[in-house]
Design a protein around this ligand. Structure first.
Ligand code: ZN
Length: 179
């Protein structure tokens, strides 16, 4: 598939969802993607299409992402660049996972289960991390709402698939790009 064909496909796929602005006049687009996603061009093109839609509706685009490497960082770079150029885009909304946060009562096994660390893992830098922190972050992003979710999934990556599944369950329209 050529780059032009790919872009035409994306315009169709995103347009078919007919995303509308939220009541606040914003088009919130939740970006979830694999850390190993390498096709920056696809992320940029998809966001440009969303921006055209938001602008066409006299609104602004808000790009919401998890602040990770890969697709998230491409989305972040695109957004910052377009804010500087005066496009109808707001500063990116980043939700980094708080890996060092305390476990919640939904974590299994809990540190009180007899295993001193529960499911926490030791980090070589001298602290412990909650492996579910990324999932809790995904839940938060979905709870905050979005008009559209763009999922950039490489090799069925677990985190990005989890986030897009949650978005789907929450009734958010999704356009999935899989490599
Ligand atoms: Zn935990």
């Amino acid at each position: 598939m050529t780059a032009a064909e790919l872009r035409a496909d994306m315009v169709l796929a995103i347009g078919e969802r007919t995303p509308q602005l939220g009541t606040d006049g914003r088009l919130r687009v939740l970006v979830t993607g694999s850390r190993k996603w390498r096709r920056e061009d696809i992320v940029r093109d998809a966001l440009s299409i969303c921006c055209n839609i938001a602008g066409g509706l006299a609104g602004t685009l808000v790009v919401v992402h998890g602040g990770a490497i890969g697709a998230d960082s491409y989305a972040d770079n695109w957004t910052k660049g377009k804010v500087k150029l005066g496009w109808p885009v707001e500063e990116p909304e980043r939700h980094k996972a708080d890996w060092r946060a305390d476990c919640t009562d939904r974590c299994r096994p809990l540190p009180t289960s007899g295993r001193p660390l529960g499911h926490r893992r030791e980090d070589p830098r001298g602290f412990t991390v909650c492996p579910a922190a990324g999932f809790y972050r995904n839940e938060l992003m979905v709870r905050l709402g979005a008009q559209l979710c763009l999922a950039f999934i490489k090799d069925n990556s677990h985190g990005a698939s989890h986030c897009s599944d949650l978005a789907e369950k929450a009734g958010i329209d999704i356009v999935k790009f899989e490599l």
